[in-house]
Design a binder for this molecule. Structure first.
Ligand SMILES: Nc1ncnc2c1ncn2[C@@H]1O[C@H](COP(=O)(O)OP(=O)(O)OP(=O)(O)O)[C@@H](O)[C@H]1O
Length: 354
């Protein structure tokens, strides 16, 4: 067995799959180090196996001691795990208003903090810790009527997202011995970004303040959806500085070119599935010139579930077939033939009741 991500022989690992020889034959088992914190990036075109690979990693983390896997799940691909495994908790995302700082409040509402409604929301977020409090503070402020109305409308929009709550997401609840799935599939990109911002901040600050002994792993699917919104700064902080307090972060995306170059270059574990877009291959190559030279880019895998794994720690590249999941994969793209099969099943079962 080979362990990717470290040189030492001991410590917790998660089974990733097995080596794939050039002729496609199966080689030795491949594990990932989960003993120390890492920054991982899983890339690949649609349907190449990214979500599946995140699921494999989540399973491995669930089985490892001393770590707390947390998934931010924009596709609802992980919610089915709770039926298969009791240690999986699907959480309805909830965010304390003061989990976002004034700058993040302006970012999530798309407001310029320097002017008008943005400046008012900034002050409301500095003065009050709940959304209700911010709304009353704006209503009572002596700002120009049109500015007050605009700020009130933006805060009413935030209230309509139904995510802001005095309880919020606590570090302690996230850092359990099970897998926590934050299902943001029902949310638009702004509230989903607010949830990710709050979670990334809770994990980082929680570890800095010594609130948990466990090492959190934040797995983010469809990460390109979060790179220019309110979650950008907290994610950037995790990617650049999270390892020091012990927080790992693994981002999965079909568009590496949409992920900031600093994020790609901070990655110490890169899992590259099939990629065909020249812009995406170039984005990877630009950030990882040593490993992803022209030759290696040409050797990116062709088959779903196969991956090129680049390990910065040991400066090595591995050709891996990701193992099959032990729990159900919820990321299937619906197919017309599935509907057809369902219909046939209903007919053979006597059809729907009338
Ligand atoms: N390692 C694997 N072993 C077996 N089957 C796999 C593996 N990886 C992926 N698959 C199959 O390929 C399908 C597509 O994988 P997945 O949903 O992870 O793709 P994706 O890259 O996340 O796609 P999208 O970008 O659309 O989210 C899965 O439904 C699964 O059936």
């Amino acid at each position: 067995m080979v362990v990717i991500g470290r040189e030492e022989a001991t410590g917790a690992t998660a089974r990733l799959g097995h080596y794939r020889a050039r002729d496609g034959s199966r080689g030795a088992a491949v594990d990932l180090d989960v003993d120390r914190p890492h920054v991982g990036l899983v890339v690949g075109k649609r349907g190449s196996g990214k979500t599946y690979t995140l699921g494999v990693l989540a399973e491995g983390l669930l089985a490892a001691e001393g770590v707390s896997p947390v998934v931010v799940d924009p596709m609802g691909a992980f919610t089915s795990l709770s039926a298969a495994d009791v240690s999986v908790t699907v959480v309805d995302p909830s965010v304390r208003a003061d989990a976002l700082d004034p700058r993040q409040w302006c970012a999530v509402l798309g407001l310029d903090p320097e002017r008008g409604a943005g400046a008012l929301v900034w002050r409301a977020a500095s003065e009050r810790s709940t959304l209700e409090g911010m709304r009353s503070w704006v209503a009572d402020s002596d700002a120009a009527a049109s500015t007050g109305r605009a700020a009130a409308n933006h805060l009413a929009l935030a209230a309509s997202w139904d995510i802001f709550d005095a309880a919020g997401i606590e570090t302690g609840a996230l850092c359990s011995d099970g897998l926590t799935v934050l299902d943001v599939s029902g949310l638009d990109s702004r509230p989903a970004g607010a949830v990710l911002a709050a979670v990334a901040t809770a994990l980082y600050d929680g570890r800095m303040a010594g609130q948990t002994d466990r090492l959190p792993w934040l797995l983010v699917d469809e990460a390109h959806a979060f790179t220019d919104g309110v979650a950008r700064r907290p994610l950037h902080r995790l990617v650049t500085r999270g390892r020091q307090p012990g927080v790992s972060c693994v981002l999965a995306t079909q568009r590496p070119s949409a992920v900031p170059a600093t994020t790609v270059s901070q990655t110490d574990l890169l899992v590259a599935h099939r990629l065909t877009s020249a812009a995406d291959i170039d984005a990877l190559r630009a950030a990882r010139p040593t490993y992803l030279d022209g030759d290696l880019a040409a050797r990116l895998p062709e088959t779903t579930g196969d991956a090129l794994v680049v390990d910065d720690g040991t400066e090595s590249v591995h050709h891996v077939t990701v193992r099959e999941r032990r729990t159900p994969h919820g990321g299937e793209t619906p197919r017309a033939s599935d509907l057809e099969a369902d219909r046939n099943h209903e007919v053979s079962a006597g059809g729907p009741e009338t």
